[in-house]
Design a protein around this ligand. Sequence first.
Ligand SMILES: [Mg+2]
Length: 261
Amino acid sequence: MDNDAAYKRLEAWREDAGSVAVLTDIDGVLAPIVPTPNMSEVSEELRGILRELGEKYLLVAGISGRKTEDARDLIGLDEVVYFGNHGFEILRDGEVEVVPEALPFYERVQELESRAKEELEPQGAFIEEKGITASIHYRNAPPEVGERSVEFVKAEGDRLGLRITVGRGVVEARPPIRADKGTAVRTLVEEYRPRKAMFIGDDTTDLDAFRELEKLREEGLLDEILRIGVESDEGPPEIVTEADLVIDGAENVPDVFRRLL
Ligand SMILES: [Mg+2]
């Protein structure tokens, strides 16, 4: 599909808003990437458009790796459903729900978090309380604290049966089930039952959402899909090659949404 055909499809969906799900990443799509995540903002203009879409369309959802409440605070609209914390949590009508498959692990994540607080916080690590996942940050601590943090969290994760991942300056613990933007998209489609769905993303984790949309179409749960890639210098090449529609930078996102109104 070329960009013209994709725009035509988008505009045709206007007539069928009651069966369309508008799904989008947040950072780098709705909010431009800025040096520190707590400085991000969604413009008033875009917020107005999203509010209108939320009133008109079957579903508008923001899907983010951020803590779910942070995603909500960033967009700040009750008309939008929020899926956060790497696909582990959904927030609607003011309530955060953990996805059912992850719930049995909640107490174990909490146990790891409080053990990390006792052992690692006094040494200079920072424990971010995220609920169903735990993040232990050591970027601002001496290197040996980083090593000790990774070792400690890995050992505790083994003991408790949690999945451990090591990132840049952070070690994270999460339930050992698949949860990502793809599972978030599937959960929303199975629950809200749209016939058409789009997703806009700019980064590697958004490719899970693109690929899940394609699967849902193949399975017959969706009739039409649109995968919209926001091209940027830092994004992976697949965000362009796997997209039905490519837009140049987050500044052109409002134009895409406006075509739905
Ligand atoms: Mg993003």
